[in-house]
Design a protein around this ligand. Structure first.
Ligand SMILES: NC(=O)c1ccc[n+]([C@@H]2O[C@H](COP(=O)([O-])OP(=O)(O)OC[C@H]3O[C@@H](n4cnc5c(N)ncnc54)[C@H](O)[C@@H]3O)[C@@H](O)[C@H]2O)c1
Length: 331
């Protein structure tokens, strides 16, 4: 666990997300200054955090190795931004999703911060190039987008401005790991970042399937909550494809009108993505070995397709999903 002496984290905006960040940083042993323009908001936030932490402790769900009282003693409210940022190692902005408001706050912070602190935004969809344009400390700026509720959902998307220094991303990545979050590096800014792009791809297909009368809305939701969602809680779509489908579509199935997930995904993969995926194979292999799952050495589309006919072959490094043929992808 981090020592409180490791530094101070400032939360700008004590609403829903600001409170959650405050609890997370306190759980990691950091001193937290919760800044807001509204005194009442700060008062409410501190009271809400106190209740929440006591409840979490009673139910055995409090994060970190400190007790609730110790964590609470690390969090203080603040109405003076200049005082708040003094000696801070990280500032996490959590004000409403309004570009002009956020730009104004970052311009203000830019005037008073030192050259060390990381300036981070919780924005859900504003791009770093919009938020941090023209700031003197742009190299210290990035987006760290949490997922609601951040105390329970660990993912944080780290999105740099084109001028963000790599060390800023590295430091934020390490900080997020210290407080138990799961940071991912979004290598270039893009509308929706990654999580929301994936989410909207699913929503878009869900709408289409319902609109075309393929499935009812409630059954569509069940497909996700009792099916795909359960799988995706443990492994991502690329790892799923890696484990379930050979990277080859048998000639016989081409033009048959049958649907191949592998084709759908690989057809859209650029050479760069394939390369990145290949580089990722080492950790994938390690995780397969650790969990006893089969690992396939090559997923090249050029490799000959295995053609399993018995259930025994499934999951024995020979797996393949051919349209219309058993086995289906693992459900
Ligand atoms: N709510 C979510 O599901 C969610 C999820 C991920 C990211 N986010 C992002 O987090 C950010 C905050 O969202 P939220 O839901 O916590 O909002 P919120 O409305 O709950 O809280 C905003 C807080 O900012 C304060 N504030 C307003 N102007 C301020 C200023 N000038 N200086 C300091 N504080 C100020 C308000 O008093 C309020 O306490 C947004 O950018 C949002 O997109 C939200």
């Amino acid at each position: 666990m981090a020592s409180p002496a490791a530094g101070v984290v400032v939360i700008v905006g004590s609403g829903l997300i600001g409170r959650s960040w405050a609890m997370l940083f306190a759980s990691g042993g950091f001193r937290v200054k919760l800044y807001d323009i509204e005194q009442q908001q700060v008062t409410n936030a501190l009271e809400n955090i106190r209740k929440e932490m006591m409840f979490l402790e009673q139910s055995g769900s409090l994060k970190g190795s400190l007790g609730a009282q110790d964590q609470l003693s690390l969090i203080s409210g603040c109405l003076n931004i200049q005082e708040a940022v003094e000696g801070a190692l990280h500032i996490q902005e959590c004000v409403p999703e309004n570009l002009e408001l956020k730009k104004k706050i970052f311009a203000q912070l830019d005037q008073i911060i030192d050259d060390q602190v990381v300036l981070s935004s919780s924005t859900s969809c504003l791009l770093p190039s919009q938020l941090f344009a023209g700031l003197a400390h742009v190299q210290q700026c990035l987006v760290a987008h949490p997922v609601n509720p951040p105390y329970y959902v660990p993912l944080v998307e780290l999105v740099p401005h084109p001028e963000t220094a790599p060390v800023t991303v590295d430091r934020t990545h390490a900080l997020m790991r210290k407080i138990g979050q799961s940071p991912v590096r979004v290598l270039k800014e893009m509308d929706g970042f990654v999580l929301n792009r994936l989410q909207y791809a699913v929503i878009s297909e869900a709408w289409r399937l319902v609109e075309e009368g393929i499935v009812s809305p409630s059954d569509l939701d069940l497909v996700m909550s009792d099916g795909l969602g359960m799988r995706y809680a443990f492994i991502g779509p690329l790892e799923t494809m890696h484990l379930n489908a050979e990277g080859h579509v048998p000639e016989g199935s081409r033009g048959s009108g049958a649907f191949s997930c592998q084709t759908a995904v690989e057809g859209r993969m650029s050479a760069e993505t394939r390369q990145a995926e290949k580089a990722d194979a080492v950790p994938i292999r390690a995780s397969c070995e650790a969990t006893g799952l089969p690992y396939r050495e090559s997923r090249s589309v050029e490799s000959p397709a295995p053609n399993p006919t018995t259930r025994d072959q499934w999951g024995a490094g020979q797996s393949s999903w051919r349209p219309g043929a058993w086995p289906q992808p693992r459900g």
